[in-house]
Design a protein around this ligand. Structure first.
Ligand code: MG
Length: 267
């Protein structure tokens, strides 16, 4: 009888020890989850947790498909006639013709020559483009393969070499810059072609005392949904040009087209 009681006691002690080990492990895991500070993360906060790194796999044929019928083709690999240059105010040459290289079906940023914007403006739309950061890796953080897709209206979807290159999460590839990190880092290697499919839902003013709707942006990076109808707030312009940033790195772009989802609202 005594032996049985000791066995029961032994089992209870072992069970208690197991619970203690489990609780300690759970507490350690909880301590690893970084909680946002009161008031939320500040823009460009390096303490913010990094989105998980995921392999998007090789591109499907659909990912790099030609423009669909009805799309506005902005760059078909041949010329930049749909674009105009936006030189800096300090640039002695204010000519509007883009200076980016066009070669082998892609355009490559000529650093310091200025970004380029479309001549046409867009409201609600689906934007497709393909991009590649330099195969020869130079710099780090925001200085490696930086460009950007400035959406019609406002906000930049960041272009950056985020393959093994740490930066603040709301400034990595596929972030809404200084606003919203992507849910995952699905960047391909430097020099490899990548794709963005970006849906822009422009803000709407409310009618008859009803609330309006905010700007919403969806980003599919390399076939992976990483920004899902992110709410970027009410107000702001409901149409504008598409602008590609010159951040001083020779990033490449190809196969750029836009499908209009509705007519832009009158100015
Ligand atoms: Mg940028």
């Amino acid at each position: 009888m005594k032996g049985r009681i000791e066995n029961v006691r032994g089992s209870a002690v072992r069970a208690g020890a197991a619970i203690l080990v489990f609780a300690t492990a759970a507490a350690a895991l909880a301590a690893d989850v970084v909680q946002p500070p009161p008031g939320g993360w500040k823009p460009k906060d390096m303490n913010r947790p990094r989105p998980p790194v995921r392999d998007p796999g090789p591109p499907s044929a659909k990912e790099f498909a030609p423009p669909p019928a009805g799309a506005v083709v902005l760059f078909d690999g041949k010329d930049l006639s749909a674009w105009e240059r936006k030189p800096s105010a300090k640039d002695a040459d204010q000519s509007p013709a883009p200076k980016w290289k066009v070669v082998d079906g892609y355009t490559e940023i000529v650093p310091k020559s200025g970004g380029i914007s479309t001549k046409e403006t867009f409201g609600d739309c689906l934007i497709h483009l393909e991009w590649a950061t330099p195969a020869e890796v130079k710099g780090n953080g925001q200085g490696r393969g930086n460009s950007g897709v400035y959406l019609p209206g406002q906000h930049e979807v960041q272009v950056l070499d985020s393959f093994g290159n740490d930066t603040y999460p709301d400034g990595q590839a596929a972030s809404i810059y200084a606003r919203h990190p992507p849910t995952a880092n699905v960047c391909r290697k430097p020099g490899e072609w990548q794709s963005y499919d970006i849906t822009v839902e422009q803000p709407r003013a409310g009618k008859d005392g009803q609330p309006g709707s905010p700007r919403r942006v969806t980003v599919v990076h390399n076939g992976v949904l990483v920004q899902d109808r992110v709410d970027l707030g009410p107000g702001g312009p409901a149409s504008g040009v598409l602008f590609l940033q010159d951040h001083g790195n020779p990033v490449r772009f190809r196969n750029i087209w836009i499908r209009k989802l509705s007519a832009p609202p009158p100015p």
